[in-house]
Write a protein that binds this ligand. Structure first.
Ligand code: OXC
Length: 307
């Protein structure tokens, strides 16, 4: 059974990664991921300067997934650039976001001017910043921002998108994204602004934004698969898809790949299980492939059947 794949010309042992935000804030956590069976690692979304994030409690595991309103706590862009400078992984993923339009440009200019040679994941979809809408729900703004970015940014760039729920929105966003030399699109960020209630206390379970937060885990798999499939079938083939959302088992990884994902990220389940999750998921994916008679990822990647 061959789980190997290539992404941006680099061979990877398998298609699995952490989702940015989970187990990737500190050097220690990042090194633990690097020592795991994950095929690649991405660092926590960095802002220009370090942020404490939203007040706690701000992340709660629930029976079918998670709710979070972390608010981009991170150690600042320099910290993650320094981390990656010490590493030898052939493919490095650095997630970044600005707190406003100008900061987005400044942060990407800083990455452009740095020695970083990996892939930058531009997070256009954090749902947890009070008073700040998710950029990628504003189509005009997304187009303006990417147009300005690609006037100076020459390094490989992917974007992290929020989930869309309307075919017209897939069409409109794909039409915009196809105008740019993106390496990939990562779908999906958490499903923004859900509400979880504790039946014992009749209260919300997280403190920020009166309990509203991003939903991940089992709840979101159908939405994640739909977004992966919708962009896989609409984007030019040069733009790869990273599938994120609802990955608990090897079967879930298989389904993301079947929908067209090239790599698959794990968030909520990594938070619950720790970096050992990658050994389990790779073994389970291999078992699914074996049972279906597939030898390699290319045998089924993107080949979802319709009725
Ligand atoms: N998505 C993000 O992009 N960021 C984090 N949470 C989330 O669901 C965060 O830091 O709030």
């Amino acid at each position: 059974m061959n789980l190997q794949t290539t992404f941006y010309g680099q061979p990877l042992a398998n298609c699995l990664m952490n989702a940015s935000g989970v187990h990737c804030m500190t050097n220690t956590e990042l090194a633990e991921l690097a020592a795991s069976q994950a095929g690649a690692v991405i660092s926590k979304t960095a802002t220009l300067t370090a942020r404490a994030g939203n007040p706690e409690p701000r992340y709660v595991d629930t029976s079918l997934g998670s709710i979070n309103s972390m608010g981009l706590p991170n150690l600042g862009l320099d910290y993650y650039l320094d981390y990656w400078a010490t590493r030898t992984e052939p493919l490095q993923f650095l997630s970044v976001a600005g707190m406003n339009y100008t900061e987005n440009i400044t942060a990407l200019k800083k990455i452009e001017a740095s020695d970083f040679t990996g892939i930058t994941e531009f997070n256009l979809s954090c749902p947890n910043l009070p008073g700040k809408p998710q950029i990628a729900y504003d189509f005009e703004l997304t187009k303006k921002l990417l147009t300005e970015v690609f006037q100076f940014f020459t390094k490989p760039l992917g974007v992290k998108l929020p989930p869309y729920f309307d075919l017209a929105h897939f069409d409109q966003m794909a039409e915009i994204l196809n105008q740019f030399p993106l390496v990939y699109v990562n779908s999906i960020n958490s499903v923004g602004n859900g509400l979880v209630i504790d039946p014992k206390t009749d209260a919300v379970v997280i403190k920020p934004k009166a309990g509203f937060g991003g939903i991940g885990g089992e709840y979101v798999k159908p939405t994640a698969l739909a977004n992966v499939r919708a962009f896989y079938t609409r984007l030019k083939p040069e733009i790869k898809i990273i599938g994120t959302g609802g990955v608990l088992t090897g079967q879930d990884v298989f389904e993301h790949l079947l929908c067209g994902a090239s790599l698959v990220q794990v968030g909520t389940q990594l938070h619950q299980e720790g970096p050992e999750v990658f050994a389990r998921l790779t073994a389970e994916l291999a078992a699914v492939m074996e049972q279906k008679g597939y030898q390699s990822l290319a045998d089924f990647q993107g080949k979802l059947k319709t009725l």
